[in-house]
Design a protein. Structure first.
Ligand code: FAD
Length: 498
């Protein structure tokens, strides 16, 4: 067996792993980087164009975001846009569509109008579209199958000229192509599965694969749900379990919608509401979804991974309690049950039609089909100590030369933001330099978005929804970092290389 040596090895060539490798290569003085990927190409799992919704989640139409969360999201979302525009990837990797959050009925309209007041300083390009304007911009959200106007009040809060859509697999490949132009030793090993990571007396860590061993000073694991699987094998993150939530889609053979139409999110269920939008890989035909189904496997459309699921869940009474707490909430229980029915042939189309009619009231049965082979898995993390489901991203910083990242939605949008966070840690640990200024100049629109003052609402109903969103965000949504580096680490990093 031969041995391969690198300063940093990344496990997983999805959008997260590729963005991290690019950030290391372009903005640090680290000189040797490898990515080890178990499948035949980059981004064949959740970052593949058909697996996710292709949306840059900027925080403007995501009605489950508070103003603070939207400001953070805007900064990281802009990084994708600036990278793509800086490399001339318009209409090949990044696309511009009209987009909106659609409010249906008095309560949602009221809430969205208030949200506009509160958010338009952060997103100055946002517009308010009433029914008359929507007839012109997105007629299918207005008319029923007989050509009559839908009876409810509706409003769209959106934009017409923003970069909204990305083929994240193509973006991953672009990161790889750009790394090759940097003055750095870089290798991408495909068809190579990391079975184990162990400490090595020789050099930091050894990564064991069926083909050969790899040695690294630092290992960053961006392997989706398998990040937690590998962490557990090393004895890290044992207080966490993974609940894989699969998302499926329905496809039309026409362009029903001109742009992205997101519905208002249930404040208790972030990212649960369906949306419809043009699929850039299907000639702009409309794709509706995603649904949400708990699956006992870590990867969609790939054989196996059932055993990996059971090992990563680490089933015990804390998991039962966490799941019980979820199922006690009627909104969540109904949502999970309905989504289970969306996978049952024939019945699924009837049920989905009912739900999708909230976006396109005139949608007909013969206009759409279950999109076979589309969709992916969101690796949601269960915190066993707190006995609850975490809806945001989760990372395990071991305090040593290891990071494990789990990235459910909208992890593709935050790939460069997460890379920035990880690169700071990696450089500190290895005693290397991260050129923050260069990173900021090329990928951000200034250091931080200025956070406008929240606008007070006079309406009790709007305040109730806002309070519920803030509660859900605090309870479930914040991205969690387990064993994150403390002040001592930044003052005195623990690398054995130093
Ligand atoms: C239905 C759905 C819709 C979504 N919509 C959006 C959206 O619109 N916008 C958005 O920003 N995000 C969206 N997301 C989330 C987004 O797709 C993910 O957050 C993102 O793709 C995660 O990227 P990743 O690189 O971390 O993981 P992945 O893309 O899953 O890549 C992990 C890689 O690690 C490799 N790997 C795993 N184990 C090993 C091992 N042992 N050895 C070597 N390699 C290994 C895998 O083969 C894979 O290539 C959506 C997700 C789903 C499921």
């Amino acid at each position: 067996m031969t041995a391969k040596n690198f300063e940093v090895v990344i496990v997983g060539a999805g959008i997260s792993g590729c963005a991290l490798a690019y950030t290391l290569a372009r903005y640090t003085d680290i000189k040797s980087i490898a990515i080890i990927e178990k499948y035949e190409g980059v981004s064949t799992l959740n970052s593949k164009g058909t697996s996710n919704s292709q949306t840059i989640h900027a925080g403007d139409i995501e009605t489950n975001y508070t103003l603070e969360k939207a400001a953070i999201t805007k900064r990281t979302a802009k990084m994708i846009e600036r990278y793509c525009l800086g490399h001339g990837l318009q209409n090949d990797v990044i696309y511009s569509h009209q987009k909106m959050a659609l409010g249906v009925g008095e309560k949602e309209v009221e809430f969205l109008l208030h949200r506009y007041e509160e958010f338009h300083q952060l997103f100055p390009y946002m517009e308010v579209w009433d029914k008359e304007k929507l007839k012109e911009l997105e007629p299918r959200v207005v008319y029923d199958e007989k050509g009559n106007e839908r009876p409810e009040d509706i409003v769209g809060i959106g934009s017409r000229d923003q970069w909204t859509t990305v083929d994240f697999a193509k973006l991953s490949q672009s990161f790889i192509d750009e790394i090759k132009k940097e003055d750095v030793k870089f290798e991408l090993f495909l068809n190579t599965e990391v079975k184990d990571i162990q400490r090595s007396g020789k050099r930091g860590y050894v990564l064991k694969t069926p083909k050969e061993n790899f040695y690294a000073d630092f290992v960053a694991t961006d392997a989706g749900a398998h990040s937690l699987f590998l962490a557990h094998r090393m004895g890290f993150g044992l207080e966490l379990g993974c609940l894989p939530v699969a998302g499926s889609f329905y496809m039309t053979e026409q362009k029903l919608l001109n742009g992205k139409v997101y519905m208002m999110q249930n404040p208790k269920l972030p990212f649960a509401a369906l949306h419809g939008d043009p699929d850039v890989l299907a000639d702009g035909n409309t794709r509706f979804g995603p649904t949400a189904l708990i699956l006992p496997k870590l990867e969609r459309f790939k054989p196996g991974t059932y055993m990996d699921f059971f090992k990563t869940l680490r089933f015990d009474t804390d998991i039962v309690t966490a799941l019980w707490k979820l199922l006690k909430e009627s909104d969540i229980r109904n949502y999970l049950f309905t989504n289970f029915l969306y996978e049952i042939p024939v019945l699924n189309k009837y049920l989905f039609l009912r739900a999708a009619k909230k976006i396109v009231p005139g949608l007909k049965m013969n206009e759409f089909e279950y999109a076979k082979g589309f969709g992916g898995v969101r690796p949601q993390v269960l915190d066993k100590e707190k006995q609850k489901l975490m809806l945001g991203e989760a990372s395990i910083f071991t305090g040593e030369g290891l990071i494990f990242n789990m990235t459910p939605s909208p992890g593709a949008t935050s790939c460069l933001g997460n890379a920035e966070r990880d690169v700071k840690y990696i450089c500190k640990y290895l005693g290397k330099e991260f050129n923050q200024q260069h990173f900021n100049d090329e990928l951000t629109e200034g250091e931080y978005c200025v956070l406008p003052e929240p606008v007070a609402s006079q309406k009790a109903m709007v305040n109730l929804i806002r309070a519920e969103i803030a509660r859900t965000q605090e309870k479930y949504m914040d991205n969690t970092i387990h064993n994150g580096p403390n002040k001592e680490f930044w003052d005195n990093p623990s690398s054995k290389l130093k």
